[in-house]
Design a protein around this ligand. Structure first.
Ligand code: SF4
Length: 248
């Protein structure tokens, strides 16, 4: 009864959108998946359950940032990376503690991943924070993780790691050249250092399996007919006589 209505309410189309930059959240993602995303390949609509999960994550971010404001330690929230950078993205917050600024990256994580993060943050979270530290020129930050199931919190103090930043920037410079300049599909990635099987959740599996490198053509409605369409009498005669696009 209600479930079907709510599923329909929450599910949404994800209109493909081409772009010529990367998001910080794409660090650690499969380069092929990034290619298909930035080139505007179509993806299946977002089902209701996934949309609700995303909404829960967004609510948790808001709740935690609100609490940081309540503590009176927020210097700025939703801070964008300066324009013109290779990456776009917004840091969740910058807080001040004992006279020092920290970039805060908030993550809501699945209980399984939360358990995996007992002594160290997830590598992609670590690298994302590194980019914010680099772009904001702040030498330290905090990854604050919340268990999605229990709301337990865990935090990791992270220092700017210039060597890692250089490595990520040069990796994405190469990817920028490959994708945006040469327009080529990246080769199948080495999956050995993936923290989870990205293929399992990838919306582009079919394109990837077939090595498709060109987005499918839009609907045939955009085909331009060679001959002008025949107009019914008497419009056809009028149109020919005055010319549809004649100057007045
Ligand atoms: S199916 Fe796997 S390898 Fe292919 S684009 Fe998706 S995540 Fe990458």
């Amino acid at each position: 009864m209600l479930i079907e209505l709510l599923e329909e309410y929450f599910q949404r189309e994800e209109p493909p959108r081409e772009r010529d930059y990367f998001y910080v959240s794409e660090v650690g993602k499969c380069p092929r998946q990034i290619f298909y995303t930035v080139k505007g390949f179509p993806r299946p609509p977002l089902d209701g359950q996934t949309a609700r999960k995303l909404a829960v994550g967004e609510d948790a971010h808001r709740r935690i940032v609100q609490a940081l404001y309540g503590l009176g330690i927020v210097v700025a929230a939703e801070v964008p990376i300066p324009e013109g950078a290779l990456f776009h993205g917004r840091a969740d917050a910058i807080v001040s503690l004992s006279g020092k600024n920290y970039v805060v990256e908030i993550k809501t994580v699945h209980p399984y991943n939360f358990d995996q993060m007992a002594i160290a943050p997830r590598r992609d979270h670590y690298l994302q924070l590194q980019l914010y530290l680099h772009y904001f020129g702040i030498p330290q930050g905090i990854i604050l993780a919340e268990n999605k199931a229990t709301q337990e919190l865990r935090e990791f103090l992270v220092e700017l790691d210039r060597a890692e930043v250089r490595r990520v920037l040069s990796e994405f410079e190469r990817l920028r050249e490959l994708i945006f300049v040469r327009g080529e599909l990246p080769p199948l990635p080495d999956k050995s250092d993936w923290e989870y099987d990205q293929c399992k959740y990838c919306p582009f599996v079919d394109f990837c399996r077939a090595d498709v490198a060109e987005p499918p053509r839009p609907a045939a409605a955009l085909e331009i007919p060679r001959e002008p369409p025949a107009l019914p009498e008497p419009y056809e005669r009028e149109a020919r006589a005055i010319g549809l696009f004649d100057e007045p």
